[in-house]
Design a binder for this molecule. Structure first.
Ligand code: NDP
Ligand code: HSE
Length: 429
């Protein structure tokens, strides 16, 4: 009888539990897909006393990661503990021991993915990480394999479910940022320290991974400029809606000439763009290829079973590679030289809201200023301020460089007729 492929599972929390459920529940199907049966030999946990939601059969629970990493019978390590330390050390050691790795860990892959992939290639080992971006959405393998004949020019992602849930509630129910954050925490979407989600760090990590794959370039987390959603107000939501836009936290990776630009920021998405209707905790990744045009991958960005399906699909790929003897050959190590666009060189449309004095010539002064910086207006709405003297000016520019826009904003700040600059958002769609 052919021996089962032996798995060492690091972590038995939300995702680990899903992995056990799927491996147990889909055993016949997985055997047909991969040509082998898959058995979990050992599971690393932090607390042996904790009650577990699923029966582990013959698998051994252990507190000792090295008993798994150094076990010669284990072929594949599935890492779903999370965090960078000591996980990186465990994975490097496992690779040096010739073990293949499947991980859901976006922090680790964003910060140390290049090093881990290179080490895996040197040791003829696989590393797969489909669940690290978009949970259950099959986007990593799509970028690695399905787009290989095309040249991707833009990737836009709603890749953080917590913030998308919060922004959806703010837009649809008129709730305040503070209230929706408390609700997201009560529902377990946002952690008690919500920094990684609301400040855009989680999305930046995911965009690092997507940009690397999409542009075959050695993008580092430090190359991603990110801004979160803390300052998004109800007034801005209403403005967006009035103009036919929705505010979303969007990660954008794009080519401009031979350079790339990766950023995360609250963005005004035109309502006709498919990303604008991605609501609640759902995620979506929009990929534009020169030949294929627009594509979008949509689904659950987190959760036990959605995330575990990605992990176990990676596992099946490792087992298929084992059968074919091609492990370690698919690592994406053939990177091109990285050329990152400076912030000043970036081009985009921008939404600006100003409070201005309401008297003759104000609009003329402002439009002259824009013209002097070669910033062209796509639309402008002037409305009287409620309960106070003056007007609100809401403008959307055509695509202009960040350098030109910054020039405009600094001069607007100095103009006597401008009382305040209330909002500045990137516009897409
Ligand atoms: P959990 O916190 O639910 O589970 C973590 C597990 O790892 C627990 O079983 C814990 O043990 C174990 N563990 C943690 N640290 C140690 C340690 N030092 N030694 C031994 N065991 C340890 O995490 P999730 O399942 O939610 O997430 C796992 C990974 O998947 C993370 O990288 C996350 O970013 C990623 N991910 C998660 C998604 C989700 O929906 N949850 C979606 C996409 C990716 P014990 O049970 O004993 O406490
Ligand atoms: N905190 C993440 C989110 C979980 O809200 O999308 C999945 O990585």
């Amino acid at each position: 009888m052919v021996k089962a492929i032996q798995i060492g599972l690091l972590g038995f929390g939300t995702v680990g539990t899903g992995v056990v459920r799927i491996i147990q529940g889909h055993q016949d199907h997985l055997h047909r897909q991969s040509g082998s049966s898959i058995a979990i030999k050992s599971i690393l946990v932090k607390n042996l006393e904790k009650s577990r939601a699923v029966d582990v059969g013959n698998a051994q629970l252990t507190l000792d990661p090295w008993s798994i990493i150094n076990d010669p019978e284990i072929n594949v390590i599935v890492e779903v503990t999370g965090g960078v330390n000591p996980t990186k050390e465990w994975i490097l050691a496992a690779i040096k021991n010739g073990k293949h790795v499947v991980t859901a860990n976006k922090d680790l892959m964003a910060m140390h993915g290049n090093e881990l992939l290179a080490e895996a290639a040197r040791n003829k080992c696989d590393i797969y990480y489909e669940a690290s971006v978009g949970g259950g959405i099959p986007i990593i393998r799509a970028l690695m394999d399905s787009f290989t004949s095309d040249k991707i020019t833009k990737i836009m992602g709603i890749v953080n479910g917590t913030t998308n849930y919060m922004l959806t509630k703010m837009a649809q129910e008129g709730a305040s940022y503070k209230d929706v954050l408390a609700e997201a925490q009560a529902l377990g979407y946002a952690e008690s320290d919500p920094t990684a989600d609301v400040d855009g760090l989680d999305a930046a990590r995911k965009m690092t991974i997507l940009a690397r794959l999409g542009f075959l370039t050695d993008v580092a987390l430090e190359d991603v400029r990110s801004k979160g959603i803390r300052d998004v107000t109800q007034e801005e939501m209403k403005y967006a809606s009035k103009l036919g836009y929705t505010i979303k936290l969007v990660g954008i990776a794009e080519r401009q000439g031979d350079k790339i630009n990766v950023s995360v920021q609250p963005t005004m998405m035109k309502n006709s763009h498919p990303l604008s209707s991605v609501n609640g905790v759902f995620n979506a990744v929009y990929v534009y290829g020169e030949a294929v045009g627009e594509t979008m991958f949509y689904g659950p960005g987190a959760g036990e079973l959605p995330t575990a399906t990605s992990v176990v699909s990676d596992l099946v790929q490792v087992v298929k590679n084992l059968k074919l003897g091609v492990n370690g050959l698919t690592s994406d190590s053939h990177y091109k030289e990285k050329k990152v666009l400076s912030e000043a060189e970036q081009f985009s449309k921008t939404f600006i809201v100003l409070r201005v004095h309401d008297r003759a010539g104000v609009l003329a002064q402002i439009t002259n200023l824009l013209a002097g910086h070669e910033v062209s207006l796509e639309s402008i709405i002037q409305s009287p301020l409620q309960g106070e003297q003056g007007s609100e000016l809401c403008m959307i520019t055509h695509r202009s460089s960040k350098a030109s826009l910054d020039g405009v904003l600094s001069k607007l700040n100095e103009m006597e007729v401008v009382r305040s600059i209330d909002s500045v958002y990137r516009v897409e769609g």
